[in-house]
Every structure is written in C-alpha cells, then in structure tokens.
Design a protein around this ligand. Structure first.
Ligand SMILES: CC(C)(COP(=O)(O)OP(=O)(O)OC[C@H]1O[C@@H](n2cnc3c(N)ncnc32)[C@H](O)[C@@H]1OP(=O)(O)O)[C@@H](O)C(=O)NCCC(=O)NCCS
Length: 177
C-alpha cells in the first residue's frame, strides 16, 4: 500500500473511492503510521495487538481512499464501572472510542464523519449498547466540533488526563443511542 504524504495532491474528489475496511494483521501497520502522524501521544504495540486480536473486529475500521489508507477509528467495549461518573446502570456496557484520525490532507471531506457514523450505526444495529464515550483534549476544536455535530455532549472535564502533552486536560464526551 502507498501512503499519502505532503508530496501528493489530494484527489479532486476523495469521496469517489473512500471505503471503510476491516483492520487486519496485514493493515494494522497503516493504522500505526496514521496514528504516529496524527496524535501527540504514542500507542504501544499491545494497543495495536488488542485491536486485531482482542476486541471485536467490527469495532475498528481503516478508511481507504483510492487504495491508500488515510484514517481510522478504533473502539472497544468497556464495563460501565470504568465510567461511574456518567453511567448509572452498573451492568451496562459502553462503547469507548480509543482513536479516530484522518490524515491532515484528507480532512474536511467528511471522512471523520463517515468513520464516526459507521461505529454509531454498528452499535445501533448489532449491539445492546446505549452509550458511546470518548476523551478529547479540551483544545481539540476539530474533534469536539465533529462530535457535537454528531450528537455528542460534554459530560465532564478531567484535569491532567493526558501525560506529556501541551494540554493535559480532557473533556469526556458522551452520545446516547
Ligand atoms: C477530528 C478529525 C478526525 C476530523 O476528521 P475530518 O475528516 O476532517 O472530519 P469531517 O470532514 O467529517 O468534519 C465534520 C465536521 O467536524 C467539524 N470540523 C472538522 N474539522 C474541523 C476544524 N479543523 N475546525 C472546526 N471544525 C471542524 C466541522 O463541523 C465539520 O463539518 P463541516 O466540514 O461540514 O464544517 C480530524 O481532524 C483528525 O484526524 N484530527 C486529529 C486526530 C484527533 O484529534 N482525533 C480525535 C481525538 S479525540
């Protein structure tokens, strides 16, 4: 697979061939590369092994444009006891979004929306999950705007949530489905 970088131009119409694909042992490296380019923090090898071997394969997707990986969403199911602040029912499971990322030069073409809606619809159609949660740096205007536009609300602020980054404070965002 080839990777877009700054030497390449974005295709005129990136929607033509955008597809969401299962993340496999063959494509997990694409997820790693995208995340390294996009996030200020580094995820360890166990994080990537868990995506392909531990969590439901349908809770993660790689966004591919013209055969080139440009984004991903990776989620896991957690017990609600991990998030007592927002979840009342102790027996409830929640969907936690670990990463959502689109390469810089492919942003603002609705690929983030596509990834987010994939996971919302997957939960609606295939699970009993009623709550989706995630953390976002409070300075991350793009992400927060994407979430709010798609029905998430800010339910908590957690000071010092992130380590070794410029802004360590996080919002906890929730969507009820
Ligand atoms: C957040 C991210 C995934 C959005 O991906 P994207 O493909 O650009 O998102 P979309 O094109 O679907 O944007 C949907 C909406 O989000 C909002 N949005 C996206 N980028 C924005 C920006 N830079 N500034 C303000 N609002 C923005 C807009 O409301 C946008 O709708 P519009 O284009 O009709 O105005 C992308 O910016 C990214 O990868 N950021 C770095 C990684 C990251 O921070 N992930 C989230 C961790 S919590």
């Amino acid at each position: 697979m080839h990777y877009y970088n700054n030497c390449y131009d974005i295709p005129n119409d990136p929607f033509v061939n955008v597809s969401l694909q299962q993340i496999t042992p063959y494509s997990i490296n694409s997820v790693k590369i995208i995340n390294r380019l996009v996030f200020p923090i580094t995820y360890n090898e166990q994080f990537y092994r868990d995506i392909i071997f531990k969590y439901n394969i349908n809770l993660s997707r790689l966004a591919v444009v013209n055969n080139k990986p440009v984004g991903n969403i990776c989620c896991r199911i957690e017990p609600s006891s991990n998030h007592p602040i927002v979840v009342d029912n102790v027996n409830e499971e929640i969907l936690y979004i670990m990463t959502i990322a689109v390469l810089q030069q492919f942003r603002r073409h609705s690929i983030g929306t596509l990834l987010l809606n994939y996971i919302i619809n997957f939960c609606k159609l295939n699970t009993q999950i009623k709550t989706i949660l995630l953390h976002a740096q409070i300075t991350n205007k793009a992400a927060i705007s994407l979430y709010i536009k798609n029905g998430f609300e800010i339910v908590n602020i957690i000071r010092g949530y992130y380590k070794n980054v410029d802004c360590p404070d996080a919002y906890l965002l929730q969507k009820k489905i």
